[in-house]
Design a protein around this ligand. Structure first.
Ligand code: NAP
Ligand code: GDD
Length: 347
């Protein structure tokens, strides 16, 4: 029986990955940070929670990581823990650097010391490409593994450090260390502060009369969105290979936040018409004539990543990875799920 250690097991990806590895017969260990109130996040209410060995610890604590490796004796380690909210990283740049960047070295060092033959997965991100769209050639068809990096946030910069350290441990010590450069992926388990879940949850609440309107920031940002369930499968496949390497995982489609909002409201049974521009732009429900979307500059970022588009050809060819859940399907699933949650909460 293979043994896997997952940091960030209570998060969106961690919970889906734990379920996948359990279904593949793994013994799964999950690192959970202790809070004043015990909280298993996305694992709450899942069957997986009863099957995972929980190890309490914070990834910024080297001793805790040595302890986690010692207890779990992992064949595979998936480092998913992070302060993953880009907007928050501008407000907490040092904590973001420590948790999202430096802490990866705690794990790599713990493995080098105690379990050097373990395979390591680093949760790298398209945010590392950030603002380098202007540096791309005409006919740009998506970032690949060798595209230049230009992080535009403390989060992106921290992830880039962890990304290079992962390569470094591979090249210096011959460790099986991989980075998955994953583009945005969402799901019914996505945190409510991320734009997708914020929109699907608001669309459900507006539809059911719980709130009147949602406030958003930059509607023109473009993202390459896929579903988390498809993306955790790619992580698993990366550690199944003979050789460690880095892979872009993306849908190879890009959509604006505006488009995401239109489709989400449509899935909840409302059509949006846009009026005005800039901070005065509003989204109106064409049936009721009510304003359901407004702009609040509070949600603008000090620096924006305008466009993300990834080319997953290498992963498709070498890992045999293919996404199964389309953009539209993902939105429909998320809205349906939020309608269910909101209607049961309001009963
Ligand atoms: P998420 O839902 O925010 O999960 C983050 C996890 O990290 C949570 O389990 C959180 O635990 C844990 N964590 C945070 N700080 C910690 C600490 N100091 N010690 C131990 N655990 C800590 O993120 P996600 O969407 O699943 O993403 C998983 C990973 O992939 C992250 O590293 C993220 O940056 C990266 N990534 C995500 C995407 C995406 O679009 N989702 C794309 C590219 C890369 P709590 O429950 O205690 O908060
Ligand atoms: N969160 C949020 N809230 N974002 C908004 C809003 C809003 O009200 N209005 C517009 N946006 C725009 C943001 O400015 C950004 O351009 C886009 O929506 C997506 O924002 P998020 O959903 O917060 O995600 P992200 O792209 O910044 O980061 C996510 O994807 C990265 C991969 O590219 C996170 O999951 C990161 O952890 C991940 O690495």
């Amino acid at each position: 029986m293979k043994r896997a250690l997952i940091t960030g097991v209570t998060g969106q990806d961690g919970s889906y990955l734990a379920e996948l590895l359990l279904s593949e017969g793994y013994e799964v260990y999950g690192l959970v940070r202790r809070k004043s109130k015990l909280d298993f996040g996305n694992l709450e209410g899942t069957e997986a929670l009863g099957k995972i060995h929980i190890i309490f610890g914070d990834i910024t604590d080297m001793a805790a990581m040595l302890n986690a490796v010692k207890i779990s004796q992992p064949d595979e380690v998936y480092n998913l823990a992070a302060q993953s909210f880009v907007a928050q990283s501008f407000r907490e740049p040092v904590a973001s650097a420590n948790i999202t960047g430096v802490a990866a070295v705690n794990i790599l060092e713990a493995l080098r010391t105690l379990k050097p033959d373990a395979k390591y997965y680093q949760a790298s991100t398209s945010e590392m490409f950030g603002g380098c769209i202007d540096e791309q050639p005409v006919g740009f068809d998506g970032y690949i593994e060798d595209s230049p990096f230009h992080p535009r946030s403390p989060y992106g910069a921290a992830k880039l450090y962890a990304h290079w350290m992962t390569k470094n441990y591979r090249e210096s010590y011959g460790m099986f260390a991989c980075s998955g450069i994953l583009f945005n992926h969402e799901s019914e388990r996505r945190g409510h502060e991320f734009v997708t879940r914020k929109i699907t949850s608001a669309a459900a609440k507006i539809k059911l009369g719980i709130i009147d309107c949602v406030e958003l920031g930059n509607l023109d940002a473009k993202r390459d969105w896929g579903h988390s369930k498809d993306y955790v499968r790619a992580m698993y496949l990366m550690l199944k290979q003979q050789k460690p390497d880095d892979y872009v995982i993306a849908s190879h489609e890009t959509h604006t936040v505006r488009e995401f909002a239109e489709l989400s409201f449509k899935a909840a049974g409302m059509n949006i018409a846009w009026q005005g521009s800039g901070t005065d732009e509003i989204g109106i429900d064409t049936d009721s004539g009510k304003t359901v979307i407004r702009i609040n500059p509070e949600f603008y970022r000090p620096a924006e990543v305008d466009l993300l588009l990834g080319d997953p050809s290498k992963a498709e060819k070498i890992l045999g990875w293919k996404r199964e859940i389309s953009f539209n399907q993902m939105i429909n699933n998320m809205v349906e799920n939020d309608l269910r949650i909101v209607s049961s909460e309001s009963r």
